[in-house]
Design a protein around this ligand. Structure first.
Ligand code: GTP
Ligand code: MG
Length: 267
């Protein structure tokens, strides 16, 4: 390789970013806000996929960012599924005023995992979860979104394509994360922010909050003995006690745990 070629290689790092999430959550608007500094109120559904390229400089390094903006509507699955491959960074977008769009994030990840096939490749993708439309009245708590994201090692941002809040910061972290992965030979580095809580702790909180009855909250089958109830309680209490568990929602989950045990022991 001659010097010119070497300089050209050094010049711009080419990366691939994709957007994922239900239709109408604001994926295209977030990208438009960032690239064109404007917002469009009228909903123009993406048909299949939109492609754009933008040049940015991150930590002194020029990056050529290829953005594949996916259509959220299920009918476009056949069109978008081939674009998952070789993704280095992904925005996972939901609408804070639409719980269904938050609950759909798992299905979006599953779709991606299915298309990519290789778990090691999934682990090296940098994910930014965008709790979008934060200018609206929310139905999904920040704690729920943050816990879901950070429990998986993803970054979490509250964004509004309308006001611009959080959008620049989100892209900055996404680009920095991808650049850092490239510089690390394609292996994603662990998140720089120290979470201070474990995946088990995050999962315990989610289970407590999402369970339908007290037995489920304790991870027991109906009719479990008093002994089982106390054992399960003690195990979870260690995981959830707010003095030990600093994850968002631990206090509420601990209260649910205590109430579940009290109710079951009364039976
Ligand atoms: P698909 O392309 O169909 O998957 O949808 P999308 O996720 O790309 O949604 P899009 O960006 O087209 O936005 C959907 C609608 O939500 C539009 O009417 C936008 O004006 C609106 N919208 C997007 N972002 C925001 C936001 O931050 N706040 C508010 N209030 N509205 C938003
Ligand atoms: Mg769109």
């Amino acid at each position: 390789m001659d010097n010119n070629a070497r300089n050209r290689v050094k010049k711009a790092t080419r990366v691939k970013i994709i957007s994922m999430g239900n239709a109408e959550t604001g994926k295209s608007c977030i990208i438009k806000r960032y690239c064109e500094k404007r917002f469009v109120q009228k909903y123009l559904a993406t048909i299949g996929i939109d492609y754009g390229v933008t040049k940015v400089t991150v930590k002194g390094q020029e990056m050529k960012v290829n953005i594949f903006d996916m259509a959220g509507h299920p009918i476009f699955y056949e069109v978008r599924n081939e674009f998952y491959k070789d993704t280095q960074g992904a925005m996972l977008v939901y609408d804070i005023a639409d719980r269904g769009s938050f609950e759909a994030l798992e299905a979006w990840l599953a779709e991606m995992r299915n298309e990519i096939g290789n778990p090691a490749e999934m682990d090296n993708i940098v994910f930014c979860v965008c709790a979008n439309k934060c200018d609206k009245k929310r139905v999904v708590d920040e704690a729920d979104g943050r816990l879901w994201a950070e429990g998986k090692g993803f970054h979490y941002f509250e964004t509004s394509a309308q006001t611009g809040e959080g959008v620049g910061e989100m892209f900055q972290v996404l680009f920095e994360g991808v650049l850092s992965t490239v510089e690390n030979g394609g292996k994603r580095r662990p998140m720089t922010t120290q979470l201070g809580y474990t995946k088990d702790q995050a999962e315990a909180i989610q289970r407590l909050k999402n369970s339908k009855n007290d037995y489920e909250r304790l991870g027991l089958h109906p009719g479990a003995s008093k002994d089982d109830i106390n054992k399960a309680y003690r195990k979870l209490a260690v995981l959830l006690h707010p003095d030990k568990n600093v994850a968002p929602g631990s206090e509420e989950a601990f209260k649910l745990l205590v109430a579940a045990r009290t109710n079951l022991l009364k039976r």
